[in-house]
Design a protein around this ligand. Structure first.
Ligand SMILES: CC(C)(COP(=O)(O)OP(=O)(O)OC[C@H]1O[C@@H](n2cnc3c(N)ncnc32)[C@H](O)[C@@H]1OP(=O)(O)O)[C@@H](O)C(=O)NCCC(=O)NCCS
Length: 104
């Protein structure tokens, strides 16, 4: 196991759910695993869970993760200012969303 992914909090009324992703083993970074994982789980979400949209939030400085999500078709939909604190420093969170037709 090198990481984990989940689609959580699916709402039947709106067809919306939230994506979490982590490739925890740094040995495996930069090999395309995250991009492939996001594509596969989102395809599953739309086809099998019959979702309408998938959203996520990511720390604004995490440009590698944002790149992964954009490659899969996610679009930046907003920004929450200073919504996350790590080691005493506040960070903005970027909100991203994917509709079925956006998936690449
Ligand atoms: C961010 C993370 C998901 C990326 O996983 P990965 O398997 O290395 O990602 P991939 O190999 O599929 O793709 C990485 C992309 O980011 C790019 N990239 C790497 N470092 C980058 C940086 N500092 N800035 C911008 N882009 C960067 C790579 O070039 C690649 O894009 P490309 O295919 O166009 O060249 C992984 O490092 C991780 O899980 N980190 C810790 C937890 C985390 O941040 N999770 C996301 C929280 S929302």
């Amino acid at each position: 196991m090198i990481g984990s992914v989940r689609v959580r909090d699916a709402e039947p009324e709106t067809g919306a759910a939230e994506l979490d992703l982590r490739i925890g083993d740094k040995e495996y970074w930069g090999r395309g695993y995250a991009t492939d994982t996001v594509r596969v789980i989102c395809r599953y979400g739309f086809a099998e869970m019959r979702l309408h949209r998938i959203r996520l939030t990511v720390v604004a400085e995490n440009t590698a993760a944002i790149r992964v999500y954009e490659k899969a078709g996610f679009i930046v939909e907003g920004r929450e200012r200073e919504a996350f604190r790590r080691n005493g420093t506040w960070h903005d969170m970027v909100i991203m969303g994917l509709l079925e037709g956006d998936l690449r």
